[in-house]
Ligand binder design. Structure first.
Ligand code: NAI
Length: 468
């Protein structure tokens, strides 16, 4: 074991290189700081390596395979469609994940950010130990940023091992399961259900609540549910997963629903019941950094913890566990650590589920308008009336705008349908900048696009619809 007893002095120490940590490192370096970033696993964190990016790669492959398998109205046939899943996985790993993580590593180096491999553990408010196998070094920092992210929650009797897998396991399967059982129909469960459904698996979702995709309203997820139903996905709601018993060939999940005990057998059981912050194993008890009851680090709007020179961002602080929220906070923290008067001033954070039919939401919804008793209305434009959606053969879903009655400002938006994930950005920009339905209506949108349906939705909101 190599143990460094002499502390290595560093200016800015960032722990974790996910979309929070690496963005903060680059921005802090751009602002003139000397930065060291510590990473125990892969550069790019969960998102790039075993989260957002690889899941999107499998979802994309699934879309293509399903289109070829189920036929299409375009008159295109290409002989027998086959899936070489080893090739899919190889492409996902080498052409997507490794290219991206390699790119991030290159960017860090270009900005002269020093990458230190190992697991950081706070000794006190000024130093961390970085342990990498038999190596251990002490770093004394002037400023530190905690961006250690989160990990999947494990539930009793479903220990991750063998055929009981977390999202990382589900993304790295060697073959497409014949039957995938998913416990937890949240964003991860619903996205991977869609991906493997398209790749040919039978899917059973066991969900504790009375609906899947919690956080998205019923009207919004109806097209997703219809699509799951059409593809034979079993969704069992208000169910409690009791235990998993595995053999070398399969896994049987016992669950309770409507007061009866049932069993379902599949090749794998994915448990996706939420994530917990990585704040419990990094020695924070040796510091004066304050945590709340959920184990999240308390921060100011400059992302500063209760220890003034230690900052925290991303899944370890309050708010949705989303990569883009972490990256935003990273820029605030990097500026604040560089001495700027930087504050988190966002109004809204968009959220997207890359289900087979995408769902996206930002800001107020009809439900929050009712709860808050706001003077606002919602209006919808269906993709069925969109020329571009017709040419894509993707006419399910709609765009919904929530507008403030007195000013006409857009205060919320939801989209279910093609490219919802991309379309939501225009509406996020609108909300952040107090844009009104009139502004959108009078902005020339290119034709024919899915984006022009936002203009159509604004016309509906203004009571002057052209296309419906
Ligand atoms: P989640 O919180 O979205 O969903 C977990 C689901 O599991 C909930 O519906 C919950 O009711 C259910 N559940 C909890 N315990 C259960 C039990 N014992 N039995 C049955 N059901 C149970 O968590 P998920 O899907 O694991 O995602 C974690 C985080 O990752 C989320 O916060 C999400 O924001 C983020 N994420 C974001 C994505 C995106 O932006 N597209 C994609 C994937 C994840």
């Amino acid at each position: 074991m190599v143990v460094g007893t002499q502390a290595i002095d560093v200016d800015t120490l960032i722990i974790g290189s996910g979309p929070g940590g690496y963005v903060a490192a680059i921005r802090a370096a751009e602002l003139g700081q000397k930065v060291v970033i510590v990473e125990r696993d892969f550069i790019g964190g969960i998102c790039l390596n075993v989260g957002c990016i690889p899941s999107k790669a499998l979802i994309q492959a699934g879309h293509l395979y399903a289109t070829l398998q189920h036929g299409n109205p375009f008159g295109v046939t290409v002989g027998e469609s086959k899936l070489d899943f080893a090739k899919t996985q190889d492409w996902k790993q080498h052409q997507v994940v490794e290219k991206l993580t390699g790119g991030v590593e290159m960017l860090l180096k270009k900005h002269k950010v020093e990458i230190v491999r190992g697991e950081a553990y706070f000794n006190d408010n000024e130093t961390v130990n970085v342990i990498d196998g038999d190596d251990s070094h002490i770093y004394r920092f002037k400023k530190a940023l905690i961006a250690t992210g989160s990990r999947p929650v494990e539930i009793p009797h479903f220990k991750f091992s063998g055929r009981v897998i977390d999202s990382t396991g589900a993304l790295n399967l060697k073959s497409v399961p014949e039957h995938l059982i998913i416990i937890g129909g949240g964003v991860i469960g619903a996205e991977l259900a869609g991906a493997y459904m398209n790749l040919g698996s039978k899917i059973t979702i066991i969900e504790g609540l009375d609906h899947i995709l919690n956080g998205f309203d019923g009207e919004l997820i109806q097209p997703v549910l219809n699509n799951f139903k059409k593809n034979g996905v079993d969704i069992i709601t208000e169910a409690t997963a009791v235990e998993a018993n595995q053999t070398d060939k399969d896994v049987t999940v016992t669950y309770e629903v409507d007061g009866t005990t049932k069993k379902v057998t599949g090749d794998y059981c994915l448990v996706s019941v939420g994530r917990r912050p990585n704040t419990d194993q990094i020695g924070l008890n040796n510091t004066d950094v304050k945590l709340d009851k959920r184990g999240l680090i308390e921060v100011s709007d400059s992302m500063q913890t209760s220890v003034k020179h230690i900052y925290a961002i991303g899944d370890v602080v309050a708010g949705p566990a989303l990569a883009h929220k972490a990256s935003y906070e990273a820029k605030v923290a990097a500026a604040a650590m560089s001495g700027e008067d930087a504050h988190d001033k966002h109004y809204v954070i968009p959220a997207v589920a890359y289900t087979n039919i995408e769902v996206a939401t930002v800001g107020e919804t009809p439900q929050t308008v009712a709860e808050k008793k706001l003077d606002a209305k919602s209006s919808k434009f269906p993709f069925a009336a969109s020329g571009r959606a017709m040419t894509m053969d993707q006419t399910e879903g709609f765009i919904r705008l929530v507008t403030d009655n007195p000013t006409g400002a857009i205060i919320g938006a939801q989209i279910v349908g093609p490219e919802a994930s991309d379309l939501i950005s225009e509406l996020t920009l609108a909300i952040e900048n107090g844009i009104t339905i009139r502004d959108i209506e009078l902005t020339i949108h290119p034709h024919p696009t899915l984006g022009e349906e936002i203009m159509d939705a604004a016309e509906v909101a203004a009571g002057l619809p052209i296309h419906i």
